[in-house]
Design a protein around this ligand. Structure first.
Ligand code: 13P
Ligand code: 13P
Ligand code: MG
Ligand code: MG
Length: 365
């Protein structure tokens, strides 16, 4: 049996109204184009959206970074951009930062999370998709899932997990990476991932090198050199039998964490777990949201999805997120609701400053 690859590739290619949600016509087109590849390039596929981000979930045997799979995703986004433009949807082609495909969608705008593995007797996989935030938003949750015994009881009571996990952290500014073995290096890991705008967890592995989690890490502003919207990341997490249980993977989302993104990609706001029916951005273009689809992988087939946050068990965190949204919104344009000056360099603030530059005078001695 060849290894199975899961590729989750996403882009915002236009939405309605404003940055609120993907239009059904785009979802239909994308689903049709991927279904045409069933039994050819792909084994299976599923198309959905989180807010204005079009999410392509694909399974195949081509491995990660495969040129044909990436080209397919690119072509889907291009076709959907055409439809978005014909309807004058908002931000049509927003995340398509290149004119043409060049071997891999990485660096061209779309976000990518992929993993290849040998299927176990039973392979539960959880796919997280977010809108109105940045890739570093996953740092807190991946830490809790794979390194915090107060979250993941399996780290304490499951003999197959007691060795811990290895975290691959990327520095998005310096384009370098480092591996941290946990639990022994959790303090060093936290020193970096506590700064999620720059340091992001790309992969988590078992101590034997088996892939456990993968996330998308592109930052649109760093690629484009200007503000083009937030990156709205995706993440794949394997579960059970040596990995955290499904419920252990979901549990950290009961904490209302503040993340960067929300209105104009320039504000901190609570990261709210929701079912698909609530994955539409409204209040102040948010609040930032995350959906989670659960699948069993069976010879590459996607058995599912189960809409994991569509559950009363997450009602309380949603209420707390709304309370937090009220509190932080009342600060209006003041930090720390508004992002720090360093982060605002990647938004439209420099253009405002340029306007006012000539008006500044030295303070008299
Ligand atoms: P079951 O006994 O229902 O398989 O559950 C085991 C488990 O891992 C629960 O998290
Ligand atoms: P997106 O990054 O989801 O397109 O949102 C951009 C924005 O400006 C929201 O206010
Ligand atoms: Mg948008
Ligand atoms: Mg978006």
């Amino acid at each position: 049996m060849p290894k199975t690859t899961i590729s989750v590739i996403k882009a915002d290619v236009g939405s309605f109204p404003g940055h609120s949600r993907t239009h059904p016509k785009l979802l239909e087109k994308a689903a049709k184009m991927l279904k045409e590849q069933r039994g050819k390039l792909l084994i299976d596929s599923f198309v959905t959206h989180c807010g204005d981000d079009l999410e392509l979930i694909m399974t195949h045997t081509q491995g990660v970074d495969n040129i044909n799979v990436h080209r397919l995703a690119w072509d889907v986004f291009m076709e959907c951009t055409k439809i978005a433009k014909s309807m004058k949807l908002y931000g049509a082609g927003q995340d398509m930062l290149a004119d043409a495909f060049s071997g891999n969608v990485k660096g061209l705008g779309p976000g990518v999370a992929e993993m290849e593995f040998e299927e176990r007797a039973s392979d539960p996989v959880l796919i997280f998709m977010a809108d109105k935030t940045e890739p570093g938003a996953w740092n807190f949750f991946l830490y809790k899932i794979f390194a915090d015994p107060f979250n993941t009881s399996g780290l304490v009571i499951d003999p197959s997990m007691r060795k811990g996990f290895v975290f691959e952290v990327h520095d998005l500014m310096e384009k370098r990476m480092i591996m941290f073995k946990c639990p022994e290096e959790i303090y060093s890991l936290l020193a970096y991932i506590g700064a999620p705008s720059r340091y992001v967890i790309k992969h988590v592995f078992t101590r034997d090198g088996e892939i456990a989690a993968a996330s998308s890490t592109q930052r649109l502003s760093l690629i484009a050199g200007r503000y083009v919207g937030k990156d709205d990341p995706v993440m794949i997490v394997r579960s059970q039998s040596g990995f955290p249980a499904v419920g252990e993977v979901l549990e950290p989302f009961c904490t209302p964490v503040l993340v960067a993104g929300w209105m104009r990609g320039s504000h901190h706001g609570p990261f709210m777990p929701v079912g698909l029916c609530d994955a539409n951005m409204t209040r102040f273009d948010g609040p930032p949201r995350v959906i989670c689809f659960g699948f069993q992988i069976c010879n590459g087939e996607l058995i599912g999805p189960a809409d994991m946050f569509d559950d009363v068990g997450f009602d309380r965190v949603r209420t707390r997120c709304n309370e937090l949204a009220d509190i932080i919104r009342s600060q209006g344009p003041f930090e720390p609701h508004r992002l720090s000056l360093e982060e605002m360099e990647y938004t439209t603030l420099p253009a405002v400053e340029k306007d006012l530059m000539a008006r500044w005078a030295p303070i008299p001695e």
